[in-house]
Design a protein around this ligand. Structure first.
Ligand SMILES: O=c1ccn([C@@H]2O[C@H](COP(=O)(O)OP(=O)(O)O[C@H]3O[C@H](CO)[C@@H](O)[C@H](O)[C@H]3O)[C@@H](O)[C@H]2O)c(=O)[nH]1
Ligand SMILES: [Mn+2]
Length: 746
């Protein structure tokens, strides 16, 4: 592999300074601390609202420290693929994993495009194998992949011949049709032919999943009498590069792991572990790339870039995984749902790159197989990773063949192409894809993708950082992968809620980063970074408290903000914070609208989805409810700008409880303002306790943030908040007002 003689590093990391950012971050921190200090010393103001505000602001300050620390030392990673090609004799093999789990929420055409883009990567084909996990056990997905493999036989050579940049056909043919107007007649002909073939392919696989029984013949017979929760393991080799030729096609293998009713399958983490075992038997590549079904390759050289880091002499010893950022295509203008995370990625990922490394994000990530098998960085350094036969079986399960491949991996030997016999290993692969295989073994606990949280990505990355590994960010130009972002706020909310539940799951588990930094090798700053993301789960509760506090003060005619000169502290804070975030948006070429949409969503998402996720986690801790992984719906984007109707980006609502907290908060603010304006406030306990202008302004600010909800109160259909939600919100509001009044009359 890496040639020790090569002196030039294959990648470099450069730290840089955002001086203005550091200054502003510090000013904000100082103001927050001043506010806390002010609250402590002004003994005259001590009251319940004062205390609640103090507690909430303590948490906001802590949250700010997490953010600040995470972004303080940004770094940029530069990779040198040219040097890589000069210094290694042979590029290593890479097993690619794609997961899909629902043929309706994840239309097969999306998966097919992702797979096509992977098959045509600029990397020796015989070194790549693509494993697709189908948790839906859908003959349609299998059928679509088969059809796609036929198309790939033409598509891959075409892409390589003409060095096509975007190798997911739906994006390639969607781009301006300039390319076919070239003078190159040969290219033009082939281009037209390809486009035609692709259109055929999309037509062929665009069938109603329910009409599939007609497909249930021949090799599809195995799908008869199956459903997604009850079926045996199905493994099918769709493409096999038998001669192992460099410019052939990679292996393409379909896997649907066994599922039985009531048997836990651990969602995506379970699927990833099956992929790891099956690929371990068949090709056992030392590196694994994993992508979600919607994340297609946008930069065909990405594997080479990632290998620069993984094969670099320093990287080999230190880096467990290489994460490429998640970016999205065909995004809505001005980010109406605040989920494109442009700014977040820009500062956060760079910040993480300067610490122990970016989080594992579940997709677009290259893993080292031996690290997945539980090796720590010390093991690698001291070579102290010899396990006995017994221990191996205990950890990895009872398959002798798998154990052999694990030993290969741990001893850093790789399969030579002649060892690989795809067809022969499929039988054994069926065995390791059974749900019972993991009984008593360490999958999900010490090896593989970790179980116990539906944010399996963050958890798995965290356990690697705890073992002393680092991770690196890989940001070649053009960006490596792009995928779908939810195009409506209902999907957005359910995704956000899942993240919150998953993150809190980590916080309340034995993998809590607090223990991590005390007892393991998780660095302190990396711990703060993990706390930053886990705070997505805690912050919603604090935000809801603060919002209630505002309404409470207005209703009982009290105050929680300073009444004297002290008021300038929060005012300065708010002004500086907003000017500063606005500047960040404008400096990144985004619009004021995009800034405002994101500001507004950072009130709406946490208080609705986040708060529901928080409650779900509480119920889970109390043993009342179970947590499931709700799959995010993926849409093909509308193909040209003008087909977008004007309602794109408008808020839609459904009966889901996720909109209840927001509706209630809005009704509470409205009620509070009415009570104030109509003079229904009771007198406070003391005359000086009067609610001031600033409390009113806070309430008005919240109402402006919740404008889409306010509109939703008066709309019907999917743009209106359902009556049942309004009634529930109304009841909660009445209860709240009643309780507020009790606190002063009691
Ligand atoms: O039981 C399941 C559930 C999901 N998936 C797959 O997991 C992937 C991610 O699911 P998706 O609904 O797209 O989640 P996102 O919110 O878009 O995903 C982000 O967040 C997840 C953790 O919450 C990570 O697993 C993902 O990689 C990350 O992209 C998809 O390919 C699914 O097909 C399965 O294979 N089996
Ligand atoms: Mn996704």
């Amino acid at each position: 592999m890496a040639n020790p003689k090569s002196v030039l590093p294959l990648y470099e990391k450069n730290w840089y300074k955002h001086t203005y950012k550091r200054v502003l971050d510090s000013i904000i921190l100082i103001l927050l601390l001043l506010l806390l200090g002010y609250r402590l010393v002004s003994v005259n103001n001590y009251s319940l609202p004062w205390f609640v505000a103090f507690m909430c602001e303590c948490w906001f300050t802590l949250g700010w420290i997490f953010t600040m620390s995470t972004q303080w030392n940004p770094a940029l990673v530069k990779t040198y693929p040219q040097r890589l090609l000069q210094s290694v004799e042979e590029l290593p093999a890479v097993d690619i994993f794609v997961t899909t789990a629902d043929e309706e929420l994840e239309p097969p055409i999306i998966t097919v495009n992702t797979v096509l883009s992977l098959l045509s990567l600029d990397y020796p084909s015989h070194k790549l194998s693509c494993y697709v996990s189908d948790d839906a056990c859908s003959p349609l997905i299998f059928y679509a992949l088969q059809q796609a493999s036929n198309f790939a036989k033409h598509w891959v050579p075409f892409c390589k011949k003409y060095n096509v940049q975007i190798r997911a056909p739906f994006r390639y043919f969607n781009d301006d049709n300039d390319e076919c107007t070239t003078n190159n007649e040969e290219f033009r002909q082939e281009w037209l032919q390809m486009k035609d073939m692709y259109e055929n392919l999309s037509r062929e696989i665009d069938v109603d999943p329910k009409s599939i029984p007609s497909l249930l013949e021949r090799e599809f017979a195995i799908f008869s009498n199956t459903n997604r929760t009850n079926h045996p393991a199905i493994i099918k080799v769709i493409l096999e590069n038998k001669e192992m030729v460099e410019n052939g096609l990679p292996h393409l293998i379909y896997i649907s792991r066994e599922k039985r009713p009531k048997q836990p399958h651990h969602f995506k983490a379970g699927a990833m572990n099956v992929l790891t075992r099956v690929s371990g038997l068949i090709t056992n590549a030392p590196f694994m790339l994993n992508v979600d079904c919607d994340m297609f390759v946008n930069n065909p050289k990405i594997v080479q870039h990632a290998m620069c880091i993984l094969l670099d002499s320093r990287g080999e010893k230190e880096v467990a995984f290489v994460q490429c950022p998640q970016q999205f295509y065909a995004t809505l203008k001005d980010d109406p749902f605040g989920n494109q995370m442009t700014i977040l990625y820009k500062y956060l990922m760079a910040g993480l790159a300067g610490l122990q490394g970016p989080f594992y994000g579940g997709t677009n990530c290259f893993h080292r197989r031996k690290v997945m098998y539980g090796l720590s960085s010390d093991d690698v350094e001291n070579g102290s990773n010899k396990l006995s036969e017994e221990e191996l079986k205990q950890k990895f399960g009872a398959s002798n063949e798998l154990i052999k491949s694990v030993v290969h991996t741990l001893e850093r030997r790789t399969y030579s192409p002649s060892d690989i016999n795809v067809k022969k290993t499929v039988e054994e692969a069926n065995h390791v894809a059974c749900y019972g295989y993991e009984y008593g073994a360490s999958w999900g606990k010490q090896v593989g993708w970790m179980y116990g949280s539906i944010a399996e990505d963050i958890l798995t990355g965290l356990t690697m950082h705890e073992k002393g590994w680092r991770s690196e960010l890989c940001t070649p130009d053009p960006v490596a992968f792009t995928g779908c972002v939810p195009s409506d706020n209902i999907t957005n909310m359910s995704q956000h809620k899942r993240w919150v539940t998953g993150l809190l799951g980590i916080f309340f588990s034995k993998h809590c980063p607090i223990f991590g930094t005390i007892f393991t090798k998780l660095s302190f700053r990396e711990f703060l970074a993990y706390m930053w993301i886990i705070n997505w789960g805690i912050n919603p509760f604090v935000q809801v408290c603060y919002s209630c506090l505002i309404a409470y003060c207005i209703i009982i005619n009290s105050y929680f903000l300073p009444k004297d000169q002290g008021i300038y502290i929060p005012i300065t804070l708010v002004v500086i914070y907003n000017v500063y975030t606005l500047y960040e948006y404008l400096a990144s070429g985004l619009s004021i609208r995009a800034w405002w949409n994101n500001e507004r969503m950072s009130r709406i998402s946490p208080m609705n989805a986040g708060f529901c996720g928080f409650i779900t986690m509480l119920l889970k801790l109390l043993g009342v409810s179970n947590i499931v992984f709700n799959i995010t719906k993926k849409d093909l984007p509308p193909f040209s700008e003008d087909t977008q109707d004007k309602n794109v980006g408008r808020y839609t609502f459904d009966e889901s409880l996720v909109f209840l907290p927001g509706t209630t908060i809005l009704l509470m603010q409205l009620t509070a303002i009415f009570i104030k304006l109509l003079g229904f406030q009771k007198q406070g306990l003391r005359g000086s306790y009067e609610c001031g202008m600033v409390e009113m302004l806070c309430s008005v600010y919240l109402i402006i943030c919740y404008w889409p909800f306010l509109r939703g109160l008066f709309e019907t259909g999917k743009y209106g908040i359902p009556l049942s939600t309004i009634c529930k919100g109304g009841t909660l509001t009445c209860l709240f007002v009643f309780l507020c009044r009790r606190t002063i009359s009691g």
